[in-house]
Design a protein around this ligand. Structure first.
Ligand SMILES: CC(C)(COP(=O)(O)OP(=O)(O)OC[C@H]1O[C@@H](n2cnc3c(N)ncnc32)[C@H](O)[C@@H]1OP(=O)(O)O)[C@@H](O)C(=O)NCCC(=O)NCCS
Length: 168
């Protein structure tokens, strides 16, 4: 059974530990600080499968219309068991309830190729992200969009403002 444990001071270290294993190139631990300090509207979960800590997922607000999936990953020994699919669907439903028009996610289509296979199934639109910032300049990044209302705006290379989060 999958349990969704909301990010708290008690499980913060466990969530970070999973995040560091899955995203060693990222230095944005501040995202969680912003969650605790209410700087950015967001929500994150530690995921347990049969009492084992196996994954993290969350979302954060970009603006009043758009939310992004944040720190989504399943530890290697738990992958390919349907956990990623299930917890992503959970987040889609949660963000839809919050009345955002779009849930978006960006990913590196080379380093995180497998994630694109999952996103191809669950999202409605895929666009290349080529804005000339650190990640866009790699030409490896793609943005997926899930339409949550009748609005259907593309992302159209709007800056993600993630430069400070990555050393690439
Ligand atoms: C992407 C990720 C979260 C998927 O988690 P998961 O629990 O293994 O995913 P699932 O078992 O639910 O699989 C969902 C779909 O992903 C695809 N998939 C999963 N593993 C795959 C693999 N090794 N090769 C090809 N496709 C794969 C399949 O399409 C699968 O659907 P199917 O089961 O109907 O065939 C996981 O691989 C991961 O954490 N990767 C590293 C971090 C990452 O890339 N995070 C997302 C970055 S934004």
């Amino acid at each position: 059974m999958i349990v969704y444990q909301k990010l708290s001071k008690d499980n913060y270290k466990d969530v970070l530990n999973i995040k560091h294993q899955l995203f060693p190139e990222s230095n944005s631990d501040d995202d969680y600080e912003e969650y605790f300090n209410d700087v950015t509207k967001s929500n994150y979960y530690l995921i347990l499968k049969d009492d084992c800590e196996c994954a993290t997922i969350g979302w954060y607000e970009y603006n009043s219309k758009n939310a992004f999936v944040g720190w989504f990953g399943v530890l290697p020994e738990f992958q390919q068991n349907g956990i990623g699919h299930e917890i992503l669907n959970y987040i889609i439903a949660e963000v839809k309830k919050m009345k955002y028009d779009y849930l978006r996610v960006y990913t590196d289509k080379v380093v995180n190729y497998v994630s694109t296979k999952l996103y191809d199934k669950l999202f409605d639109l895929r666009e290349d992200y080529t804005y000339p910032d650190k990640i866009g300049s790699t030409n490896n990044f793609v943005i997926y969009t899930k339409f949550l209302s009748d609005k259907k705006e593309k992302w159209n290379n709007t800056p993600l403002n993630e430069d400070y989060n990555y050393d690439i």
